[in-house]
Design a protein around this ligand. Structure first.
Ligand code: SF4
Length: 356
């Protein structure tokens, strides 16, 4: 992204009405052009205090390029890091091949460096489930415990963009993923009983909605999809997209969800035709199937996912992977809650608490 576009993007982000905003830098790897990241951190920090906004900065990175100097700068702006750990060394390196075949080792070094300079809670991690992962749910959870990463999000391979073209090879069929998820879930509960406070991210969102009086404010699983309303993506191609998934669709040639050029005002973006279509097809109260669904208050159709899966925003909601996965997860957790003994119920209540 050009420096001028970065400045325009920063100014437009600060026009968002919310008082608390999260600004996340994603790549490629943002640390490869940390000079540009620093430019944005500086500009947003300088201008946000005038507008009385609280900004949480996140940099998503393999951490392979992290240095003590970069850590010093991240500390100045209160940045937290998000990285990827797919499981133990062999699995991670197989999922993320690089020259040298040491992606895992370099990320582990980066985590250690970040913790040394930025503190023990400075790094979170995400994992992606591939066909290769399916046999190792316990080992993947154990890896997170070993690395003291106490939030694990068990996610299937994304059906978008580059991942979509390989998903038939790498991805897991829904039932295989559910079996994998159940085994990993059991392992997490095992560690909870041992006193380790690890929790699974998707389950924590649902349990927050079911058990807690304070909504943790997660973008996922709301009554209307957050694309373009809770999320906006400023891309290196100079355009703005309503979500990262919409940006990934554009990478494969489908630019129909572009909202406008960087520099467009928020009101212009809100009035863009993709936004109107997303609102129409992404609100549970406007969809006949969702209106009849038990989980309609907690969930909404995901038209961007529908576009990736079927090529149209208005695909039948019940046929989408998003809907099937949501129903499965809600059903699974309700059964687990019904069967829970007092100790397990108290563990679920811990999961449901919004994290500080
Ligand atoms: S689970 Fe499916 S039908 Fe129910 S609200 Fe979510 S998207 Fe709609």
């Amino acid at each position: 992204m050009s420096p001028e576009d970065i400045d325009r993007a920063c100014d437009s982000i600060l026009d968002a009405p919310g008082k608390a905003l999260t600004v996340e830098f994603q790549g490629g790897d943002p640390l490869l052009r940390f000079d540009l990241v620093e430019r944005a951190l500086d500009r947003i920090s300088m201008r946000s205090s005038d507008r009385q906004k609280r900004i949480q900065f996140v940099v998503a990175s393999t951490l392979h390029q992290l240095t003590p100097d970069i850590c010093k700068s991240l500390k100045r702006y209160g940045v937290v890091l998000s990285t990827s750990i797919d499981g133990p060394q062999r699995l991670h390196n197989k999922n993320r091949p690089i020259r040298g075949k040491n992606a895992y080792e370099r990320t582990i070094e980066g985590i250690a460096l970040a913790r040394e300079h930025l503190g023990p809670g400075s790094v979170a991690a995400l994992m992606t489930t591939t066909r290769e992962s399916l046999s190792y749910p316990e080992e993947i959870v154990d890896e997170y415990v070993k690395l003291q990463l106490l939030d694990i999000s068990l996610r299937p391979l994304s059906p978008f963009g580059f991942a979509n073209s390989r998903s038939a090879v790498l991805g897991a069929a829904p039932q295989e993923f559910f079996t994998f998820y159940e085994r990993a879930f059991e392992r997490i509960l095992h560690w909870n009983r041992e006193g380790i406070q690890i929790r699974e991210g998707q389950a924590a969102i649902v349990l927050n909605k079911l058990l807690h009086s304070i909504d943790a404010g997660y973008v996922d699983l709301q009554g209307s999809c957050g694309a373009g309303t809770a999320v906006m993506v400023y891309n290196y191609d100079g355009f703005i997209y309503p979500s990262d998934e919409a940006r990934m669709l554009a990478e494969t040639g489908d630019t129909s969800l572009r909202l406008g050029r960087i520099g467009a005002s928020l009101s212009e973006l809100k009035a863009a035709s993709p936004m109107l279509a997303l609102a129409k097809h992404g609100t549970s109260s406007l969809n006949l199937v969702c209106r009849e669904c038990t989980y309609g208050g907690f969930c909404s159709p995901d038209p961007v996912m529908a576009k990736a899966q079927f090529g149209r925003l208005d695909a039948p909601v019940g046929a989408t992977d998003h809907c099937n996965r949501s129903i499965w997860l809600f059903d699974f957790l309700l059964i687990r809650l019904k069967e829970a003994d007092p100790v397990t119920l108290s563990m679920f209540r811990n999961w449901a608490r919004p994290r500080q």
